[in-house]
Design a protein around this ligand. Structure first.
Ligand code: NAP
Length: 241
């Protein structure tokens, strides 16, 4: 098993990509803690995959500080952090409300500051740690109607490169995954017309599966990627080359 006895904190793991990552990490021997805001769903998922769960809004620094402190007190350490929680509030910029802009930046990007800030000291002390940030191809190529989302996802990549530079000397890896279009609740919201348009841009001519992002996350969480940091691994069927 690749993650035997590692403690993995995965945000937004009650469904979709995060749930797949949590499922695979648990199968590989990790002690997985999933985080979400909806308790009923988080509890159900945790029971289903043999993980534990915590309820926290990752956009709120106070809640994240408390979350990390509680987990460290209970588990002794955290070895792997996956920042996966994310939302969309799409709309053309001309009509985008300040709230929709702020909410997306808070959940998708401020959350990464919150979790990484809370964990930097323990990681430095332990002289190890794996941070995996789930960005998006939209952060690389942009998308009409997603200025807020694209800004948050591009921001994650810049953040990760900078943190990789800060933590590299202590053997801590910080990387991003940029998924393309993956079948989850998030993409279920797309119209058939939008899906057809996307498919035309994907050389592998299909949407991706959450398990395919989990496989990339497992690689970045395991010792197999110990010499990789500051990178963005694009898992998108060949859309961005
Ligand atoms: P999803 O199915 O909508 O799941 C989102 C998860 O995040 C849920 O578990 C949700 O649980 C949690 N969450 C949302 N807001 C939160 C908050 N404030 N605090 C804590 N947890 C929160 O999304 P997904 O499609 O799996 O996407 C996962 C990640 O991959 C996101 O960052 C997304 O941007 C990225 N991504 C997805 C795609 C895609 O095609 N699906 C492509 C590229 C990148 P609660 O509702 O209970 O809070």
């Amino acid at each position: 098993m690749l993650l035997e006895n590692k403690v993995a904190l995965i945000t937004g793991a009650s469904r979709g990509i995060g749930k797949s990552i949590a499922t695979l990490f648990a199968k590989e021997g990790a002690r997985v803690i999933i985080v979400a805001t909806n308790e009923e769903k988080a509890k159900q998922t945790a029971e289903e995959i043999g993980a534990s769960y915590r309820i926290a809004d990752v956009s709120k620094k106070g809640e994240v500080d408390q979350l990390v402190a509680n987990i460290l007190a209970e588990y002794g350490s955290i070895d792997i952090l996956v920042n996966n929680a994310g939302i969309t509030r799409d709309g053309l910029l001309m009509k985008m409300s300040e709230k929709d802009y702020d909410d997306v930046l808070a959940v998708n990007l401020k959350s990464v500051y919150n979790t990484c800030q809370a964990l930097t000291r323990p990681f430095l002390k332990a002289r190890k740690g794996k941070i995996i940030n789930i960005s998006s191809v939209i952060g690389l190529m942009g998308n009409a109607g997603q200025t807020n989302y694209a800004a948050s996802k591009a921001g994650m990549m810049g953040f990760s490169k900078s943190l990789a530079l800060e933590l590299g000397s202590r053997g801590i890896n910080v990387n991003c995954i940029a998924p393309g279009f993956i079948e989850t609740d998030m993409t279920n919201a797309l119209t058939e017309e939008q899906k057809t348009a996307i498919m035309q841009k994907v050389p592998l001519q299909r949407l991706g599966r959450a398990e395919e992002i989990a496989a990339a996350a497992l690689f970045l969480a395991s010792a197999h990627s110990d010499y990789i940091t500051g990178q963005t691994l694009t898992v998108d069927g060949g859309m961005v080359m």
